[in-house]
Design a protein around this ligand. Structure first.
Ligand code: CA
Length: 168
């Protein structure tokens, strides 16, 4: 191999290594974990049905996202994380009214808010009489930009009440 060819090969190898290193660090920074609940509120964008959606992210169990539609219909919330995160734990704080209440919860993930993948589908909590936090962590880590949470009340005319949502 002549000297020029060898120099060319070394330069190409160095460029290749720089590109790979750059991609690695881009991946690391783009996949970082969500911050504290307070930081999450600042970066999240939320839309959906019901009222007081932001109250599910204010770190206060006394405030809640509640239903306005007829009980028994699915209400939903779409959480825009603003970039792709690796998610493997979602906790949902559920409130109660005067009667025991049974919730059905579905969670989906998406990178474009158009094509959704089921994380959990129609999990029922069973009748609860006291506020309860349900933790969903038995799913494969999801690289996702959007999370869609659907919730409805089963077998009751009461509306739903979600006090706090935490995503990790
Ligand atoms: Ca709250």
């Amino acid at each position: 191999m002549d000297k020029n060819k060898r120099s060319e090969l070394i330069i190409i190898s160095i460029i290749f290594l720089l590109v790979i290193t750059g991609m690695y660090f881009y991946y690391q920074t783009s996949m970082k974990a969500l911050g504290t609940p307070a930081e999450q509120v600042q970066q999240l964008s939320i839309q959906g049905t019901g009222q007081n959606l932001q109250a599910a992210f204010d770190n206060n169990d006394a405030t809640a996202w509640t239903g306005t539609d007829a009980a028994g219909q699915f209400n939903y919330m779409i959480i825009d994380l603003k970039k792709i995160y690796s998610i493997n734990n979602i906790s949902i704080g559920l409130g109660v009214w005067s009667q025991p209440i049974d919730y059905s919860i579905s969670i989906q993930s998406s990178n474009d808010a158009a094509n959704w993948r089921d994380i959990i589908s129609g999990i029922e909590t069973g009748y609860i009489t006291e506020p309860k936090t349900v933790i969903f962590d038995k799913f494969l880590p999801q690289d996702t930009k959007y999370i869609k949470i659907g919730i409805k009340v089963v077998g009751s005319t009461q509306n739903f009440k979600v006090t706090e949502i935490k995503i990790q």
